[in-house]
Design a protein around this ligand. Sequence first.
Ligand SMILES: *Cc1c(COP(=O)(O)O)cnc(C)c1O
Length: 494
Amino acid sequence: MAYQENGLDPSDWQGFRQQAHAMLDDMLDFTEQTRARPVWREAPPASRAAIQGEPLPTEPMALSAIHQTFKDHILPFSAGNTHPGFMGWVQGGGTAVGMLAEMLAAGLNANLGGRNQMPILVERQITEWMKTLFGFPGSASGLFVTGTSMANLMAVLIARNAALGHGVRQDGLGGDQPRLTAYTSRASHGCVAQAMDLSGQGQTWLRRIGTNARHEIQLDELRQAIEQDRRAGLHPFLIVGTAGSVDTGSIDDLAALAQLAREQGMWFHVDGAFGALGMLSPQIAPRLRGLDRADSIAFDFHKWGQVPYDAGFLLVRDGTLHHDTFAAPAAYLRRETQGISAGDFWPCDYGPDLSRGFRALKTWFTLKAFGTQGLGQAIHHTCELAQYLRERVEQTPELELLAPVALNIVCLRHRGHSAMSEAQRDAFNADIVTAVQLSGLAAPSSTTVDGRFAIRAAIVNHRTRRQDIDTLVQAVLAQGARLLSATATQEVAR
Ligand SMILES: *Cc1c(COP(=O)(O)O)cnc(C)c1O
């Protein structure tokens, strides 16, 4: 498709249309037939070479040929998170509805930095819906971002400004202010510590508080840490609670954290990356008590919300503070009362991005197409499946559970044999995880729970069924037995 009279648009719209319909059908087939494929396959050397060996294209190439390369070498070798057997990490499965909406958004090519355009109103409407869902006031604000990592960073910056005043935007940290200290549990996501780093405050000043048997933050220890830092002349400014920890799905006592933050005059932020949308399920919502008292909530529509990547969100109780943390007047961003430069809400005033895609559209389509009921049921179903997996583990003598199952994440391990050392048992389970992934039957991941290696099944995908849980259990047992007999044979041979 060379440069021509009509720019980069097709010269043959009719032929292009046919190709476009074929590409759409292909992706619908991909989604419809997800279950028929292996969860994951290693990309063969030929596919790697087809992509990596190619020099920067100078000559135009036919769209059909490019699409063929995509079909042959890219499509079959993604990480597998659309597949019902994918339980590695907390990743959403996406939907066909979301895919279509993403196509519409790309066609519109809207830049949601600001200006007088309807797409901004769609994003704002989702913010309104989220205020309703989370019980936030009308004066709250919200913004789509890449993901919770970015939303957490922004929350830390807003909390910093709340503590130090907006002068910090000019003067930076340091000077004669006392150091700001933040608090979160050891079970919180690594991006919370990273946010302290990226905001120039340093990870040392994030206090990692211990957890109880349910992997929730220890409130006494938290209180003591805050008091100790105050006595040392530091300035405790932020508590980050977790609603759905990445390792085990645990939920901190959010009501208690909200209360403590209020008593201490601190900002209360909740990392609810996947867990916050548990509010969509009547069964899970009561477990998130206290979330409505947060100063800010970070969460992802691309996890439990099943919106295609990426669609993170930050909700902030004090919309003015949010605005004043990021707004940066510039001549080329001049606002008018009429015309394209009008509009009273410019998202670029609420975060570090100026140019922004229309993430809101795929989220709007998803919320409308399934309703909060449909999404809430899908979310609840993943928790029921987690309980089913817990039962299967408890009923299987070779397996044991390593953490309570609070939501949709199950941490288990194979017991191996009694003569194994703990280190050997860890390595044995790591080998099982790799072998199960390589089998293409299921995709668990791993983590460490109380110092022990855990096989981790995070059930996020709305396509997952009981049969997929059974497949996972069978695959773990089969690979465990295979590895045990292989070591036994080696020992005999020795
Ligand atoms: C996934 C996750 C994150 C990071 O979110 P991204 O959207 O991947 O940036 C943060 N916290 C928790 C608890 C998560 O599960």
